[in-house]
Each structure stands twice: as structure tokens, then as C-alpha cells.
Ligand binder design. Structure first.
Ligand code: ME8
Length: 635
């Protein structure tokens, strides 16, 4: 098949901002995409957002937003973050894209027609955090979710079901015939035993909330968020669209497809996804690469534990490459890794500042000092040169094999063999001693040449991960940017002068000082939105309104439904402020209202405007204008 690569990350829930865990997957996939392009392969890298489901509907309600407002905000934020981190995704799919939703709705009807989906009654337990159904036997202690440990909810409603059971044997056969379908092996074995324990038909629609893709032929049902989400991998390629060339090229006529997922969503990708494809007669050429978790010292990262680290916490102090390096170096194949600032500083100082940074600055300054910046090949060899060359050559080969297999940690280790060997080579050859003896000039030349080669080759291989540092190394060497590493052979002919001055690539950190500053209570950086023009601001119609009636929204802990008098008009407005305010406390208050927002339905109630508040959750404060006149404009 053709030389091309399709690489995907999971699409992240748009219920909140992504943290360094999701960032791991995105950066790791980016490294593969960049590697693949450097290997001369046509590459398509897809990431995106999972925007439907109860989890997002409830998160929006909690913040007094419509789900669409929330997902727009999170998608904008995430897109900007990926761009800040240098992520080279070609596509960014959002499941609220109409073209995606239409295709999912159509596929559902096809499954109905082929009798892969049938209507029945569901009674069971549902975990909103994982958007997953569980049978009694699967539940954890006290009816909790076996995956995340949170309480589940009893659900009893009419539902559509997908005939998973029917495909049990076909899936097992497929996995047995394709030994590299799920990697690493331990995950493959988990999947096999899960299937062998027997599949149950999957509840594939919900009627108790509305934020999702409605079933065309029965719109009171919304399609289960995982059926909706999994198809992103092909709707993003314009599957069955007018021009489906991307789909044909990257999904059909391609056997180099990396679907990268965390171990938490293995079952969805290794069982449901291939079965959905089998039932629709669509090709399964992909391989699943399953990685572990980045854990914190106190376990899983979670908002409730207050231990979440966001990418900008790191990049704002230490730069993008330090984060990209730490994350890719941290996760061993098949296991979990750890994030702690102590470990981060340790790696930063020893691997980036010492091993790599010092090698670069020592080498460039020696080439300047001894040869006026010129790097020359020579016939004379030192006794260490042969071993040195061999280490480089075999490390190049090995690093490439590891990259191909998505073993990023090992790929970096292989490159570090070159870096460590080069540092040792400096000690062995002692260039400062050779420099004192004129008869050793040719040997010294050879040493400089070999060190330059070590730098050029390491920088080329580190390109997929260290995106800001490696171009600097190449620039210091004074050679052309690296655009291809297919033929990365020893023996480059340098006909240039190296940079005459080198800035340290990574400044050594004072660990104690850093820890004190990082652990000090944080002032949140002001996350201002981008500027708008005065005309754009003027489009917002802000008025003073008086709350004349208020009650709780049924079956919701967070929402209040207010009648607000704005001049001569009375508007009904839903706000997510019930955790802070009782309805009776609000009556008579004069508040600020945005009156020209498009009306939205929140929990079945039409909301025609928005009450302005400051703060969030328990700290939320309505903005009051006690002496204002109802209906007055606010400018
Ligand atoms: O599961 N360490 O989205 P999600 C490493 N929407 N990786 C981590 C991580 C951690 N601590 N935390 C998260 C969903 N991840 C669904 C996916 S796909 C059709 C739908 C990464 O926002 C890891 O890749 O919960 C994990 O699988 C993914 O983020 C889960 O992201």
C-alpha cells in the first residue's frame, strides 16, 4: 500500500478544559505525525472534541450556559492550546458539526434497517462521568462505576439496542487473525478475555435528555454518545461526502493507521468500534495503540482532588519543549507514568540542561575556538571513533523502529544513547589536551567532526518531540533545516561556519526555588479573551431588569427560572445560580441582563436572555444595580 499515515487521538469531552493527561495523547500523536512526515509519508493527523451527552449537558447547566455555548468555548480554548503547543493536527473534528451529526443519524437508520439495532426497554445503571452502561455484575462496591469509582444512576427507559452479541465470534476471529490490531499485547489479552466472557447487546439511545444526535425516525431518542463519537474518525475524512477522497486515501487505501487511546477507553475502541464498522461493512485497517495514564503522587488527576495540572502551568515557566519532552519520556509502553514537579525538574536539569544542552554549547564553542567555526572531515581517526560511529548508526536504526511502533519513551532513550556516548567521547578524547599539541590537530579535527555529526543526527531524530530546540541546534551547526530523515546517514559534508555564539538551550533550574514558587498559592493568570472592536461590543444589548418572579427548575439542583421585567417587557430566563440563591431572595432584585442573545431551551424551558454574574459555582454573584431603572440601557 501507499506510503501514508493516518493518526488519531480520542476526541476529548468538551465538559471542561484539557489537562496534561489529554495533552500527553495529543503530543504523543503529534510526535508520530511529525515523524511520519519526516519519513516522507503523506500524513493526516486528526484530533477534536466530543461534544454531546449528559455529562456536557449537566456541565453547561451548572455554569448557567447552553451546551452549545459551553462546547464552543471549550473547543476554542482547546484549539488555541494545541496551537500554542505546536500540535500539527490537520483536522479538528467537533461532534456538533452538522455534517458529522447527519452522517451519524443516517448510519443509525441503516443499522435499524439491517436489524443491527432494535427497540426495547433498558433498566440498569449508568455512569455519567464515563458515559457508560453497566450490568449489576459489573458494578463496583455500593453500585459504583467499575471504571472511575463514581456513583452510578439507575436508568429505566425505552431504548434502542445494538446487537453486539451477534458479532462476538466475528470480532474474536478478527482479533486472532490480526495479532497487531491491539498493542501492547497485555491490552490485547484483556480485550480477548472481555469478549470471551460474553458480550451483551448495547443500549444505544437515551430519552431522558436532549443534547445529542436525535434518532431520525424517532426523535425523542438521542443517539448514545459513544456511537456518535466513534464515527468521528471517518466523518472527519468526509466519509460518504461529496468529495470523499480523504476517506478513500487515509481510511480505505491505507494500512498505516494509528488510533491512539488511553487504557480507560480501550473497550469502546477495541470492541464497539470494530463491531460498528463490521455491521456497516466498512474497512478495519487501523491499529489501536493503547497507553497508560499519567498519574499524580496522590493517584489519578481529578478536579475533586484538586491535583490537576494544566499544560500552561508548565509551558509558561519552562517552555513548550520541556513539557513535550517530559510527557513523551514519562510513559513506558503499556504502563502508567508519574507527574510531579520534583521529577520534572530532575529530568529537566539532568537530561535537557546537562546531557543535551551542555553537549551543544560545548561542541559549538570548541569548534569555534579550535577551528574558527569550521567542521571538516579528515582521514585521521582517534581510537574511539569506530565505536562512536557504530553507536550512532545502531541508535539511528533502533530509534526509528521504536518510533514506528509508538514506543516514544524508548525512541528517546535510543537517541540519548548518542548524546551520552558523545559526552563520554569528549571525556575520552579530551580535546583541550589535543589542542595543546600541534601534531594532534588532525585528531582534534576528527573529534569535532564526530561531535557535530552526533548533534546533527540527534537533533534530526528529536525533531518530532523537541520542536523549538532542534531547529536551534541545526541553526547553531549552520546547516539546512531538517525536512526528511529517511536517509539519516553518517558522513555529512559541512561547508559552512557554525554560529559564533550559543544561548543555553535549557537554563539549569534551582529546584528548591522552583518548588517554593510553584507550590506557593497561585494567582490565576488572567485569561482575557481576544480584543473586539467597539462595534462588536455594541452588538450586545445590555439592560437593567427587575426579577418579579422566580422558581426552581424541576429536577435540577442548579437552575432557577426567573421572570424578569425589562421596561415594558417580561422575559423568562434560566440561570445556573441555584447553588447560591434561593428563588424568594431574588424577587425584587434589579440585575444586568443580556437581552439580545438567541433564545435557548434549557431543560425544556425557553430562556430569552442571560442574567450577568461574576464568579463561578458557590462563589457566583449576580450583578445587581439596586438603584437602576428597569429597561435602561447599559453602555
Ligand atoms: O474518553 N494520562 O474523552 P476524555 C494519560 N470523549 N492520558 C490521559 C489522561 C491521563 N491522566 N487523562 C486523559 C473520552 N487522558 C471520550 C473519547 S473517542 C471517540 C471519545 C487521555 O476527555 C487518554 O487518551 O475523557 C484518554 O483515553 C483520553 O484522554 C480521555 O479523554
Amino acid at each position: 500500500m501507499a506510503k501514508r499515515t493516518y493518526i488519531t487521538t480520542p476526541i476529548y469531552y468538551a465538559s471542561g478544559f484539557v489537562h496534561i493527561g489529554n495533552t500527553y495523547t495529543t503530543i504523543a500523536a503529534d510526535a508520530i505525525a511529525r515523524y511520519s512526515r519526516l519519513m516522507g509519508r503523506e500524513t493526516y493527523y486528526l484530533t477534536g472534541m466530543d461534544e454531546h451527552g449528559l455529562k456536557i449537558q449537566e456541565a453547561a447547566e451548572k455554569q448557567g450556559k447552553t451546551p452549545q455555548q459551553l462546547v464552543d468555548e471549550v473547543a476554542d480554548n482547546t484549539r488555541a492550546l494545541w496551537s500554542h503547543l505546536g500540535v500539527t493536527n490537520d483536522g479538528f473534528i467537533r461532534t456538533s458539526d452538522i455534517q458529522h451529526m447527519d452522517k451519524v443519524a443516517e448510519l443509525f437508520e441503516r443499522y435499524l434497517a439491517s436489524d443491527d439495532i432494535y427497540l426495547s426497554e433498558y433498566t440498569g445503571d449508568y455512569c455519567v462521568a464515563c458515559e457508560a452502561f453497566f450490568t449489576k455484575t459489573q458494578l463496583g462496591e455500593g453500585g459504583t462505576c467499575p471504571d472511575c469509582g463514581k456513583p452510578t444512576r439507575k436508568v429505566s427507559e425505552q431504548s434502542y439496542f445494538f446487537r453486539l452479541k451477534k458479532y462476538e465470534k466475528q470480532l474474536l476471529d478478527f482479533i486472532n487473525e490480526h495479532p497487531d490490531f491491539i498493542q501492547p499485547e497485555t491490552r490485547r489479552n484483556e480485550v480477548i478475555s472481555f469478549i470471551e466472557s460474553g458480550l451483551e447487546d448495547l443500549c444505544i439511545s437515551r430519552t431522558s435528555f436532549t443534547w445529542g444526535v436525535p434518532v431520525k425516525s424517532n426523535p425523542k431518542h438521542v443517539i448514545y454518545v459513544w456511537l456518535d463519537a466513534l464515527f468521528n474518525y471517518i466523518t472527519a475524512l468526509n466519509f460518504e461526502g461529496q468529495d470523499d477522497s480523504l476517506y478513500q486515501k487515509f481510511w480505505v487505501d491505507n494500512d498505516n493507521i494509528y488510533q491512539i487511546v488511553g487504557k480507560d477507553i480501550l473497550r469502546f475502541h477495541a470492541v464497539y468500534w470494530p463491531i460498528f464498522l463490521m455491521a456497516a461493512n466498512l474497512p478495519i485497517n487501523f491499529k489501536l495503540y493503547v497507553h497508560g495514564w499519567i498519574l499524580m503522587k496522590d493517584g489519578k488527576m481529578s478536579k475533586s482532588r484538586g491535583n490537576v495540572v494544566y499544560p500552561k502551568d508548565i509551558t509558561s515557566r519552562y517552555g513548550i519543549d520541556a513539557l513535550r519532552y517530559y510527557l513523551t519520556k514519562e510513559l513506558p509502553i503499556g504502563n502508567d507514568g508519574l507527574f510531579s514537579y520534583e521529577r520534572f525538574y530532575d529530568r529537566y536539569n539532568s537530561e535537557l540542561a546537562n546531557d543535551l544542552g551542555n553537549l551543544v554549547s560545548r561542541t559549538i564553542s570548541m569548534i569555534n575556538k579550535y577551528f574558527g567555526g569550521k567542521i571538516e572531515k579528515t582521514q585521521v581517526r582517534t581510537e574511539f571513533d569506530e565505536d562512536f560511529e557504530n553507536v550512532i548508526k545502531s541508535s539511528v536504526k533502533d530509534a526509528k523502529v521504536e518510533y514506528e511502533a509508538f514506543h516514544l519513551q524508548t525512541a528517546l532513550t535510543k537517541v540519548w544513547q548518542i548524546i551520552s556516548r558523545a559526552n563520554k567521547y569528549i571525556d575520552e578524547t579530551a580535546p583541550w589536551v589535543l589542542a595543546k599539541d600541534e601534531s594532534k590537530t588532525e585528531e582534534l579535527k576528527s573529534v569535532m567532526y564526530h561531535l557535530a555529526e552526533a548533534l546533527r543526527i540527534s537533533a534530526s531524530l528529536l525533531h518530532p518531540v523537541l520542536i523549538e530546540t532542534t531547529p536551534k541546534i541545526i541553526e547553531y551547526l549552520g546547516i539546512k533545516a531538517v525536512t526528511n530523515i529517511e536517509e539519516l546517514s553518517y558522513g555529512y559534508e559541512y561547508d559552512n561556519i557554525v554560529a559564533n555564539k550559543v544561548e543555553p538551550l535549557f537554563k539549569r533550574l534551582d529546584v528548591q526555588k522552583e518548588l517554593e514558587e510553584v507550590m506557593a498559592p497561585k494567582e490565576e493568570p488572567m485569561d482575557f479573551k481576544t480584543n473586539i472592536s467597539f462595534e462588536e461590543f455594541e452588538k450586545t444589548d445590555l439592560r437593567i431588569g427587575e426579577i418579579i418572579d422566580c422558581k426552581k427548575v424541576e429536577k435540577s439542583d442548579k437552575l432557577l427560572l426567573s421572570s424578569v421585567k425589562i421596561g415594558t417587557e417580561v422575559r423568562q430566563i434560566v440561570s445556573g445560580i441555584a447553588t447560591k440563591y434561593k428563588p424568594e431572595d431574588l424577587i425584587g432584585k434589579k440585575v444586568l441582563v443580556v437581552v439580545n442573545l438567541n433564545p435557548a431551551k434549557i431543560r425544556g424551558n425557553l430562556s430569552s436572555g442571560m442574567l450577568l454574574c461574576a464568579g463561578e459555582n458557590e462563589d457566583i454573584q449576580l450583578i445587581e444595580v439596586p438603584n437602576g431603572k428597569s429597561g435602561d440601557k447599559v453602555k
